[in-house]
Design a protein around this ligand. Structure first.
Ligand SMILES: [Fe+2]
Length: 368
């Protein structure tokens, strides 16, 4: 798609493309994004907008598919080619942001569960890429044939990013303890939840590595919180409005060492209305504090969310045996587990951030 014509006034440049579409670009924006204004290697902008005068477009000309724009009062020229215009044209309604839209799933996903082979993935960037893309797009990834060495989880995180250390340490242990501080450290069933909703930001990824599993239960459950939230948006728009509008306080208190709190809606949206984070954890949610005339409707909405998150038709269920690992998006995918009565079960867990995961995917794609 080439450029067939350009027109301009003092403030705007209009570019007409061969396919009949056109786009308007603000002169100030063009000057701000001038290609010579970025460091050749790092790509970082070398000036600040406040260092510029009030910019106007003095002239614009087209040569082949390259447009030269002259800016007044600086007398500076900027050149922009067709691919640059296409890449940078102002946001379209179909833009997905910096990552693709999530691939939503329900219980049917159970039929496609696949554990990637850890030794293969460590030695093959293409397989590593595919596994990381699963975590990004589906919100979870499974791995098997790992050594059951304590601390090995750190090597898995090294494949794409960095451990996010918390007051639980870098790596935490999940096993039943005689005097548990958390339901995770018992044999009880645990309902669907996201971890650490009392943090801001809430940890983006959780990784759990199974070292021992001789239990008679303790199967893992995952549910796609984004899929459930989208269902509420379409089937119960009033409930969706309440769940995305009114914040809830979450708190974790540990003696005099921690008093973590966050005050956020259970379903968080970005400025485009896309779902970006689910917080759901009945253990750490504090008394709701919304206005009295909203409370009854809010509870109805809260129950709808809770019921759909626990709907067997929405979730997948699988056992993690020794040497297997799952990584999931803790801002999207809720986890839980079935009860067990006997047998040792020991997992090691840690958190990591999603931006490193996305970065690693892009770097692997660029190296192809
Ligand atoms: Fe958890």
């Amino acid at each position: 798609m080439g450029i067939v014509a350009v027109e301009h006034d003092r403030d705007w440049l209009e570019v007409r493309f061969e396919d009949g579409t056109s786009a308007r670009f603000l002169g100030t924006w063009l000057r701000d994004n001038i290609t010579t204004g970025r460091h050749r290697d790092a790509g970082q902008r070398t000036f600040d907008i406040n260092s510029l005068p009030d910019v106007t477009i003095a002239a614009a000309s087209l040569d082949a598919d390259t447009v030269t724009v002259s800016f007044a009062p600086e007398g500076l020229d900027g050149t922009y080619d067709e691919s640059w215009f296409r890449q940078h044209r102002p946001a379209q309604p179909t833009d997905t942001g910096i990552t693709p839209l999530p691939t939503l799933w329900d219980a049917e996903q159970q039929g496609s569960l696949e554990f990637a082979d850890h030794p293969t993935l460590v030695g093959d960037p293409a397989r590593l890429h595919d596994w990381l893309v699963d975590i990004r797009d589906l919100g979870f990834g499974l791995l098997e044939n790992l050594p059951t060495t304590p601390g090995l989880i750190l090597e898995v995180v090294d494949l794409f990013g960095y451990v996010r250390e918390t007051n639980y340490g870098g790596v935490f242990e999940v096993r039943d303890e005689p005097e548990p501080a958390n339901l995770a450290f018992t044999k009880l069933e645990i309902g669907m939840h996201t971890d650490n909703p009392y943090r801001d930001p809430v940890p983006g990824l959780q990784i759990l590595h199974c070292l021992v599993n001789e239990s008679d239960g303790g199967d893992n459950r995952l549910v796609d919180g984004f899929a459930v939230a989208e269902r509420i948006r379409s089937d119960h728009p009033g409930a969706f409005e309440l769940l995305t509008t009114y914040p809830v306080r979450f708190r974790y208190l540990d003696g005099d060492s921690a008093d973590l709190q966050a005050y956020k809606p259970l379903i968080q949206l970005d400025t485009e209305g896309r779902i970006v984070c689910i917080r759901y954890n009945s253990r750490s949610a504090q008394a709701f504090a919304m206005p009295a005339d909203v409370m009854a409707d809010y509870y109805r909405a809260y129950r709808i969310l809770g019921e759909l998150l626990h709907d067997p038709g929405a979730r997948i269920e699988f056992r993690l045996d020794a040497g297997q690992l799952m990584a999931f998006d803790n801002q999207r995918v809720l986890h839980g587990r079935t009860a067990y009565t006997t047998g040792a079960r020991h997992l090691q867990g840690c958190y990591a951030d999603k931006d490193s995961l996305h970065s690693r995917i892009r770097v692997l794609e660029a190296a192809r």
